[in-house]
Each structure stands twice: as structure tokens, then as C-alpha cells.
Design a protein around this ligand. Structure first.
Ligand code: PBG
Length: 339
């Protein structure tokens, strides 16, 4: 048998001196050339509310996440402010007995969300308060609008959503965030807010919100997973589309949105990037409940290094161009991030 003598390649000649690894040689250098940086200022923390006092109830499908009574939500809001988290977003678990076909509890100025707004504003005035506009936590059928037969009717739904938004602004919400995906709701909400003197209340529009399997644990958290009739595909977007996302965002900007959102997050980073590049608007992404559950499940099984994976997943949003992320990991990662 012949023995082949092996001459190693002359790598320096091949590379012509071009070695991208040089900049990675030490921590100081990696920090110096880093292009994007996730900080505490990029985080929005979604919080689930429930009736009662001193209640903290685990959400089974979201390990580490709890439903909180208003007094406990105040405690967490204080914690968030101390950590430097700029804003929190509120979502209610409505008592089943208070749910009806038109979601009338959404218009109760003393509903859970309004109570929490007043309590948090009084105790932690420096934190940004974002409230969700949609009927699903309040309807017996779990849809974001009202039903006629098996249809979710747009215009009648918007008429209710604007009143819901007004109640939230009156209770002290800083940012109204419609997640319902009805057509024209941003303009209608802007009009009623302005007429009522809430000129400075911002609108963060869930502009490109997809009909997604990743919302499962959220529906568990607000108690709609068993009650939802059918699915939300006649108003939430089809996951095959991105041009349509641009049209949704464009309309919401024209209608007066101050900030726009893409949702879910990780499976839709391409949409985040296109939206940011096209409109240069304050752009947010929602790392939704299913994404949280997935990462937590792997971390808790020891299959991935949780802390590192959570931060890496959030950094991806910044790289894609997002200005911030709604994430259930907010209180967990905030102490690990620069301010
Ligand atoms: C509904 C709403 C949903 C979420 C926020 N607002 C779910 C849905 O559309 O059914 C999902 C958030 C999450 O999954 O974390 N208005």
C-alpha cells in the first residue's frame, strides 16, 4: 500500500490574511464589536390578573408564571420598576360567571383590569401600563369580537372595543393595545380617546397578529382554551403571508398607531425585520406563551441551558430590528441584563 504524505494547506496564503476570528479573540473585543444589545429597556412584562386578594395561582402550562390578584400585581409591578423594566401589560382571567356573548364585563369600569390600573398607577406611577383591548377574556365563546351565528362581526365589535379602550384610559392606562384584529379599530379608538381628552394615551397596535398554535398556554392562563368555539382564522392572519402583514401595519400607522407589533415572535422574525425596514416605526414583537412554554420545558428538563437560551431568544428580536419584546421572561432575565 502507498503511504500518502500529507502537506497541510498554506492557510495564511489561502486566507490572504483575512481572519474573522481575530475580533472574537477576547471578551473585550467581542463586546467592542457587538452590533446589537438586549437591555432591560427592551422588555415589556405581560401579567395575568385574577379576582381576590393575596392570590397567586400557577398557570400549569407556563411554569414560573402565575395569575395574580390585584394586590399581588402591585407587588410585582413594584418589583418590575425596581428592576428597570419600562412597562407591564395586563391580561385578566375573568370569572366564568361574568362572561357573556358580548363580553359586557369588558365595559365595567370596575373590572379586574381597571382595578389593577388604578392600584398600580397609585403605587408605581413610573411604570408604563399597557392594557389589552379585545373581548376574548370576557366572552362566553372566547372570541375577540361579537358573534352573529358563527361569524365574528367586525363593526359591531369595534363599537364595543372603543368603549373598552376608553374605560381603560379612564382607569389610568398609558398605552392601549388592541389585539383583536378587527378592521378599523385603531382609528376608532384614536378618535374616541382624543374626543375624551386622552390625547397622550398611546396606541400599540397588534398589527400583524397571526392565527397561531403558540397561543395555547395563554388561553389556559385566561381560561378560554376550553370555551373557544372554532378558531380565529377569520380575523387573525394566515401564517403563509408577509405582504399582508405590511398592509396591516401600513393601515394601522395611517389610523394613528404610535407603536406596532408582530405576534407571535420567534417564528415570525422575518416579519419583524420586514416591518421595521419598511416603516421605521417603533416596532415590538410578542414572544408568546407557547414560545415561553417551549423554552421553559426544555430548560426544566435540562435539555438546554435556560438562562442562556432565554437571553439568546430575546436578543434575536433586537437583531431582527425590534425595539422591544413582550416576554414572560422579563422578570427572570432583567437582573442578568444591562440597564
Ligand atoms: C387575544 C390575545 C391572545 C394573546 C394576547 N391577546 C391570544 C389569542 O389571540 O387567542 C396571546 C398571548 C400569548 O400567547 O402569550 N386577544
Amino acid at each position: 500500500m502507498t503511504r500518502h504524505t500529507f502537506t497541510p494547506p498554506d492557510m495564511n496564503a489561502i486566507l490572504g490574511g483575512r481572519r474573522l476570528r481575530r475580533n472574537r479573540k477576547a471578551d473585550w473585543s467581542r463586546r467592542l464589536v457587538r452590533e446589537t444589545l438586549l437591555t432591560v429597556n427592551d422588555l415589556i412584562w405581560p401579567i395575568f390578573l385574577i379576582e381576590g386578594t393575596n392570590v397567586r395561582q400557577d398557570v400549569a402550562s407556563m411554569p414560573g408564571v402565575q395569575r395574580l390578584s390585584v394586590d399581588q400585581a402591585v407587588v410585582e409591578a413594584e418589583k418590575a420598576a425596581a428592576l428597570g423594566i419600562p412597562a407591564i401589560a395586563l391580561f385578566p382571567f375573568t370569572e366564568p360567571s361574568l362572561r357573556d356573548p358580548t363580553g359586557s364585563e369588558s365595559l365595567n369600569p370596575n373590572n379586574l383590569v381597571c382595578q389593577a390600573c388604578r392600584a398600580i398607577k397609585a403605587a408605581v406611577p413610573e411604570i408604563g401600563l399597557i392594557t389589552d383591548v379585545a373581548l376574548d377574556p370576557y366572552t362566553s365563546h372566547g372570541h375577540d369580537g361579537v358573534m352573529e351565528g358563527d361569524r365574528i362581526v367586525n363593526d359591531a365589535s369595534v363599537a364595543l372595543l372603543v368603549q373598552q379602550a376608553l374605560r381603560q384610559a379612564e382607569a389610568g392606562a398609558d398605552v392601549i393595545a388592541p389585539s383583536d384584529m378587527m378592521d378599523g379599530r385603531v382609528a376608532a379608538i384614536r378618535e374616541v380617546l382624543d374626543e375624551s381628552g386622552f390625547l397622550d394615551v398611546q396606541i400599540m397596535a397588534y398589527s400583524a397578529k397571526y392565527a397561531s398554535a403558540f397561543y395555547g398556554p395563554f388561553r389556559d392562563a385566561i381560561g378560554t382554551s376550553k370555551t373557544l368555539i372554532g378558531d380565529k382564522r377569520t380575523y387573525q392572519m394566515d401564517f403563509g403571508n408577509t405582504d399582508e402583514a405590511l398592509r396591516e401595519v401600513e393601515l394601522d400607522i395611517q389610523e394613528g398607531a404610535d407603536m406596532i407589533m408582530v405576534k407571535p415572535g420567534m417564528p415570525y422574525l422575518d416579519v419583524v425585520q420586514r416591518v421595521k425596514e419598511t416603516f421605521a416605526m417603533p416596532t415590538f414583537a410578542y414572544q408568546v406563551s407557547g414560545e415561553y412554554a417551549m423554552l421553559q420545558a426544555a430548560a426544566r428538563n435540562g435539555w438546554i441551558d435556560g438562562e442562556r437560551a432565554f437571553i439568546e431568544s430575546l436578543a434575536a428580536f433586537k437583531r431582527a430590528g425590534a425595539d422591544g419584546v413582550l416576554t414572560y421572561f422579563a422578570p427572570l432575565v432583567a437582573p442578568l441584563l444591562p440597564r
